[in-house]
Structure formats: C-alpha cells, structure tokens
Ligand binder design. Structure first.
Ligand SMILES: Nc1ncnc2c1ncn2[C@@H]1O[C@H](COP(=O)(O)OP(=O)(O)OP(=O)(O)O)[C@@H](O)[C@H]1O
Ligand SMILES: [Mg+2]
Length: 377
C-alpha cells in the first residue's frame, strides 16, 4: 500500500487536509473580484490551498488563471508567462487556446504545440522576451477583456509573487497597481513566501502595491484538523494511532503542514499493520529524520557566528511568541545587548533560517529546531 502522507509537492483531493474556512474565504474573495495577498512561511500550503479553491469555482461562471512566477526574472518574462497562462486557461482544446492567444496577443505570434505527454501548450514566435518590446499593460488588459465578454469573471493567481521584487525595478508593480484597480470583474490573488519580502511589497508606503490588496496571512493547520486526517489514514492501513500521539506528533512540527506530513510519513512507514503507534515509534521517526539531515544541519550550524547560534538556541528552547528583544531573553541566552539580537536576526532572516511571526520569530525548518534543542540537552 502506498504511503498516504505526501510532502514536497502540491497536495489535492484525498491528500489535502481541511482548510475549509480558508477555502470558503478565498472562494468568496475570488467571486467578488477582490485583490488579496496571501502570505505565509515557506511550505505552509499556499499553492495547494489556492489550487483547491480554484477547483471549487464554478467553471461556467469563472475562469481561473494560475501563474507561477518562480521562473520569471524580468518584466518581459513576466508578460510572456502571463500571456501564456491566460491563453492556456481559456482552453481546454488546442483550437480554443489558439483563438484566445490570437485575439489577445496576436503581436506575440502565438502557436499551439503538444507537449510530450500530449498536453496542448501555447508558444510565442518572438525571438526573446527582452528583445520583443512586449507591452505588459496590454497583456494585463486581457483578463478584463475576457470578463467583459460577459460569460465568465476571471481570477488571476500570481504564485511566488516575491519574485517581482527581484526584477531590478518596480515597473511591474506600478503597472499592476494601475491596471488591477480598474478591473472590478477580475480577482487577483498574490501568493508569497519569505514573509519579510512580501510584506515589504504590500506594506511599505514607498512601494507601488502598498495597500493595493487585502491581506490574508496563512497559518499552520490546527491540531484539531490533523487528528481526524491522520487517524483515518492510519486506520485505512490497519494501523492505529491515538489522539494524544497525534498531538505529540503535531507538537514536534507546530502543525506546519510540510513537516507534519513528513513526520507522519516516516511514522506510518515504521508502524506495521495491526500495530498501534507508541511514543517510542514517534521518537524513532524523529531520530530517523534528524539523522538524514544531520550533515546539512551541522554544516549550517557551523557556518553561523556565536550570537546567531545563541539566538537560535534561545528560540528553540522557549515557547512560541517569546519576545527576543526583551531584557529577560537577552540575559537568559547570553546575548548581552539588543543590538546583538538585531544583528543575529538580520543574518538569520537573510538566510531564511528564521521568519517573522507576530512580533516574534520562528525557526523555519521545524526539524532543525528539534535538532538545535537536542544539542542543548
Ligand atoms: N491542506 C493540506 N493538507 C495536507 N498537507 C498539506 C496541506 N497543505 C500543504 N500540505 C503539505 O505541505 C507541503 C507544501 O505544500 P505547498 O507546496 O502547497 O505549500 P506552499 O506554501 O505553496 O510552499 P512554497 O513555499 O514552497 O511555495 C505539501 O507537499 C504537503 O505535504
Ligand atoms: Mg507554493
């Protein structure tokens, strides 16, 4: 039997746990043509959530356009990627895609080819995005034109939107701002990780997208939702796990979806059919995962200076939400001054080892946190 706990890629359907409230909130925002900015730590489940929400939209009344900005690196590549995503969403047949591409992006010389696995795909006959003076504003008008045809409203999802901050100038942000404000029948959902970057994009008064979208921070999944989800998957394989053990598992991972699935995967693997999960099994699963990462964690740890190490040890040891600039914390962890904390925070944020968390910080890799804790013992 295949391990039911999946981690690493987008999860949907059976593998997707709860998020009922979030799905309802986002579907409503999409239906209302709202502009929303959804952000979280890495791997909290933004892409899986938005994909699931898009599937809930009525295909008759809404057209969902999903675009991953990760591969883009400039205004021109953004424009081409968006044009392609719009045309392909109009599909599903190659004929429809081509019609859409020709009617909205004729100057990009579109054609439709088949991928190796037979999926139709739009390509443009321009030499290179940079050379081909593409007008982003024109591309950005396409969703509104589709909506204006009156059949379907449009939802545009821009995933990994923090990439836009790396384009070298704020041209895309400025254009997005001026265009999306007028498109009342088009919803724009921005998804981003690296919280500090994305917050900068929408909360910094000097950036063009300041207050251009509502905010939707995405939290880990609550243990009350994990309990039925995890228990059922063990039961389906003739394995038993008590609620208190699921709570123990989630305490290790803070309910962070990626790490919870990863640990549940290892635990499911080590529990034979007909058996009940024990505390020792959980410990062994954690040990196994830490062993696998041990080389990477040791290397990372050794690359850090003394104060960032002390800061991390403090964060790992204390409960969530601790105030790391408080005199108590500084004293307990021998950090000596708030400016030492400040420098440690900056260095660790820069390397994505920690992330902001409501006025405090979290160690992004929950297994690294356990590893650090164990070093202290
Ligand atoms: N609702 C969910 N139910 C169960 N597992 C989930 C759920 N959401 C996310 N996960 C777990 O987290 C992993 C990462 O999910 P996903 O790629 O959607 O997150 P993300 O926030 O988009 O990540 P990234 O920051 O890399 O873009 C999945 O592979 C899965 O293991
Ligand atoms: Mg994602």
């Amino acid at each position: 039997m295949r391990n039911p706990f999946q981690y690493g890629s987008v999860v949907r359907g059976e593998a997707f746990c709860n998020r009922k409230q979030e799905i309802a909130d986002l579907v409503r925002a999409m239906e209302n043509g709202e502009k929303v900015f959804v952000y979280s730590e890495r791997r909290i489940g933004k892409t899986s959530l938005i994909r699931t929400a898009l599937e809930k939209l009525s295909a008759r009344r809404f057209l969902g356009v999903y675009l991953d900005l990760w591969p883009t690196d400039s205004e021109a590549s953004f424009a081409v990627a968006l044009a392609r995503a719009v045309a392909e969403s109009v599909g599903p047949t190659p004929k429809k895609m081509l019609e859409a591409a020709k009617s909205f992006f004729a100057h990009l010389a579109p054609s439709v080819t088949l991928t190796e696995d037979g999926q139709p795909k739009v390509t443009f006959g321009i030499a290179s995005p940079a050379a081909a003076k593409i007008d982003l504003t024109e591309v950005l008008e396409a969703p509104a034109k589709i909506a204006a045809q009156g059949k379907r409203k449009v939802v545009v999802v821009l995933d990994e939107c923090q990439r836009i901050l790396e384009y070298g100038n704020d041209g895309v942000e400025r254009r997005l701002r001026s265009v999306i404000q007028h498109q009342s029948d088009v919803s724009y959902i921005f998804l981003g990780s690296r919280k500090h970057l994305v917050q900068k994009m929408f909360l910094d008064q000097d950036r063009p997208l300041y207050r251009a979208a509502g905010h939707y921070p995405l939290a880990p999944i609550d243990v009350t939702h994990w309990i039925p989800f995890i228990r059922r998957r063990f039961l389906d394989a003739g394995k038993e796990i008590e609620d208190t053990r699921i709570q123990a598992l989630c305490a290790h991972t803070d309910g962070h979806p990626f790490y919870t699935q990863h640990l549940a995967h290892a635990l499911w693997e080590s529990c034979e059919a007909g058996k009940t999960v024990t505390d020792a099994m959980i410990e062994r699963a954690v040990d196994l995962l830490l062993d696998r990462e041990s080389y990477a964690y040791t290397t990372l740890w050794e690359s850090l200076a003394l104060n960032p190490r002390r800061f991390l040890a403090g964060l790992a040891a204390e409960s969530r939400g601790v105030k790391p600039f408080s005199a108590d914390f500084i004293q307990r962890h021998a950090l000596r001054s708030a400016s030492n904390v400040q420098r440690a925070v900056e260095a660790l944020l820069q390397r994505d080892v920690i992330d902001h968390d409501n006025g405090s910080f979290v160690i992004t890799d929950r297994f690294f946190k356990i590893w650090i804790r164990r070093r202290q013992e």
